[in-house]
Ligand binder design. Structure first.
Ligand code: PLP
Length: 282
């Protein structure tokens, strides 16, 4: 299995990550997950641009252009013969003696990427999934795709222990997002999703959905909604790179409407699949 390490492709088994890598010690870095359909990157440039933006927000300068990263990723897909799956990329502030202060400017960031085979979650997308609500205890820069995911992990674990797929986070009664997905509701045919502020990650899938809605005459508003509003909604769905568009049919043991995926969500799933076909021919 091949991986990318600092600008070149090497064997995973040859990789040495230092114990004083700042990603390992502090979570001092940012990451991305990109879908691969039919050996092609789906919204690859958008993800790579967000990686650059996230890195810049924490003062890490990525020493590669989008084109250079894209070429490396396509080479990696070929080397690993990846047809359907994901690529994980992360960049950290590099290796230096442990101190909270940033290392000197000559320390290079550590950049890694690897692939994993992954099917689309088709059964869950058809049947819908269940969720719990949890308090959003994260920091105030959730727009940065930082490696620091501890609150997200605690939320997801809690959901799993309750037999649910996802944890929907709320801050002062306002729904922000899932532990690794964005959340939208449908009321009277209109879709509502949290605005792209510092309180959520502006998901690439979320952005594709906004685009699809505008192109297809579906009404979508980027506006806050409360937990109560969500529980009363006609439909609720998650969106994310690995989650795709996933109907939520039950929250905190309470059925959403009839407790089955609704027509707007299904329509969006179909339009999303068309978008994948358009970009990746799959
Ligand atoms: N929100 C959080 C907290 C996430 O971790 C993710 C992605 O994994 C998303 C939203 C969805 O973002 P995207 O559609 O870019 O995958």
């Amino acid at each position: 299995e091949k991986v990318i390490f600092n600008g070149s492709i090497t064997e995973r088994s040859q990789l040495n990550i230092d114990i004083e890598d700042r990603g390992y010690q502090f979570g001092d870095g940012v990451y991305e997950v990109i879908r691969v359909y039919n050996r092609s990157l789906f919204t690859g440039e958008e993800h790579l641009q967000r990686l650059i933006d996230s890195a810049e927000s924490i003062q890490i300068k990525i020493p590669y252009t989008i084109a250079e990263m894209k070429n490396l990723l396509l080479k990696l897909i070929e080397e690993n013969n990846l047809f359907l799956g994901i690529i994980y990329l992360q960049i950290t502030r590099g290796v230096s003696q442990r101190t909270h202060l940033f290392p000197s400017a000559d320390v290079e960031p550590s950049f890694v990427a690897y692939t994993r085979e992954l099917q689309s979650p088709t059964e869950a997308m058809e049947k819908g999934v269940t969720a719990i609500t949890v308090e959003d205890i994260r920091w105030l820069r959730c727009d940065i795709k930082s490696l620091n995911l501890l609150p997200n992990l605690l939320a997801k674990q809690k959901a799993s222990e309750a037999g649910c797929f996802e944890a929907l986070q709320h801050r002062n009664g306002i729904v922000t997002e899932g532990s690794s997905s964005n959340v939208s509701i449908v009321v009277d045919g209109k879709i509502k999703t949290h605005p792209a502020t510092n309180l959520i990650l502006n998901g690439i899938t979320r952005q594709v959905i906004v685009d699809i809605c505008l192109k297809n005459g579906l009404e979508i508003i980027e506006e806050e909604f409360s937990v109560d509003e969500m529980l009363q909604a006609d439909e609720i769905f998650l969106s994310g790179t690995t989650t795709e568009i996933m109907p939520i049919i039950e929250i905190d043991k309470q059925k959403i409407e009839k407790g089955e995926p609704g027509p707007v969500t299904k329509k969006l799933q179909a339009l999303f699949n068309e978008e994948i076909k358009k970009q990746c021919g799959f």
